[in-house]
Design a protein around this ligand. Structure first.
Ligand SMILES: [Zn+2]
Length: 367
């Protein structure tokens, strides 16, 4: 198993990562860097190219500007690939890897999902109306990858199946047609996901999920899979108390490294596509905080009702802070909280009583 601490890119951390934050990383890259186009606001989009092998892997992060975890992980991967680790040397001999850290620089800057024209780039794969979509497609066509890794973050509400485990990492081998047939390239993506899941289960047992595979040819993964390139959606999710997503970053690093190892060693067929379906479906069972009022009647809520609170991520002076918002009030049976506050005594009735507890939680994660 790789020693992650050897490769972690220590110059970047936390949730707010934009082009400016990764300039020092680009400055020290020894591999080839190509400018593949510009964002709506004229920011360069760059692709790193590393390795000399004939198996070509293309990966990109932060197509959604507020999904920064995998940008941190791909810089860890760059460090790994530029090290003298024997697995890395073998990967570079067998593979050529192109990495686009931050495909949506304007969204990253404003910490928004959408680009500078307020368009979701992951709904623009067919129409190609945006400069970032066009730059990506041109690069995809000139690089001609054999594998694509589409790197995202998912919200903290996802559970790995109907369990009390968060979906810390989720994957999808996207459909390539409406019927969701298991095409040969879909099957390759499934086997790679099985390989990564196998490794992740040793680190975060029960915390890997499988994303919904309904077909939408305006989504980039579906389009690339339709074009015949095995494509994997990675979703970096929540790990206990890790709102900065540093633990998840490590897991994404390990997953990408594992996939590259398997590809470089021609081991894809050691894994069974059928095992992909044993990964539980993503479900939406989590609140950030669940305030439980079990058997009490009070002025503000009905008997037995609980309050589900979700944090909203807000960019505030170059930092992401988490603001609690009430998402749901009701019995909330079968739901879980990353934090749970049990209100049992009559003194706990009403909002005021748990506000202090939430403020204490926020002090910890907004530090
Ligand atoms: Zn996304």
């Amino acid at each position: 198993m790789l020693d992650y601490s050897l490769f972690r890119e220590n110059s970047i951390q936390g949730r707010y990562i934009n082009m400016k934050s990764i300039q020092p990383c680009f400055a020290k890259v020894t591999a080839v860097v190509n400018c593949i186009g510009k964002s709506v606001n004229g920011v360069d989009i760059n692709a790193i190219q590393i390795g000399k092998g004939n198996k070509k892997v293309l990966m990109w992060s932060q197509m959604h500007g507020n999904e920064s975890t995998t940008t941190k992980a791909v810089w860890d991967i760059v460090n790994f690939l530029q090290s003298d680790d024997s697995a890395a040397l073998h990967i570079l001999k067998e593979c050529t890897i192109s990495i686009i850290p931050i495909l949506n620089p304007d969204g990253a800057n404003k910490y928004t999902r959408v680009n500078g024209n307020e368009i979701d780039l992951n709904r623009d794969a067919k129409n190609l109306t945006q400069p970032e979509s066009i730059a990506f497609r041109r690069w995809f066509e000139s690089f001609q990858p054999d594998f694509c890794f589409n790197l995202h973050d998912q919200r903290s509400l996802f559970s790995a199946g109907k369990t009390n485990k968060p979906a810390t990492v989720s994957f999808l081998s996207p459909a390539s047609n409406k019927e969701r047939h298991i095409t040969p390239n879909r099957e390759v993506a499934m086997k790679l996901i099985v390989a990564m899941n196998h490794m992740l289960q040793t680190r975060v047992p029960g915390q890997v999920g499988r994303y919904d595979d309904s077909f939408n040819d305006n989504c980039i993964g579906d389009t690339l899979q339709m074009l015949g390139v095995p494509t994997i959606l990675f979703e970096a999710g929540h790990y206990t108390d890790d709102y900065a997503r540093e633990k998840t970053r490590e897991l994404i690093f390990l997953a990408i490294a594992e996939a590259l190892k398997v590809i470089s060693r021609d081991q894809i067929n050691d894994f069974k596509a059928g095992d992909y379906f044993s990964i539980p479906n993503n479900d939406k069972l989590f609140f950030d905080v669940l305030v439980k009022y079990p058997e009490v009647v009070n002025a503000e809520f009905e008997k037995g009702h609980s309050i589900g609170i979700r944090y909203k991520e807000v960019l505030d002076d170059k930092k992401i802070i988490f603001r609690p918002e009430i998402a749901e009030i009701g019995p909330l049976e079968g739901f879980y909280g990353h934090q749970t506050i049990e209100c049992v005594d009559s003194k706990d009735f009403g909002f005021a009583s748990f506000q202090k507890e939430i403020l204490d939680l926020l002090l910890k994660i907004n530090k």
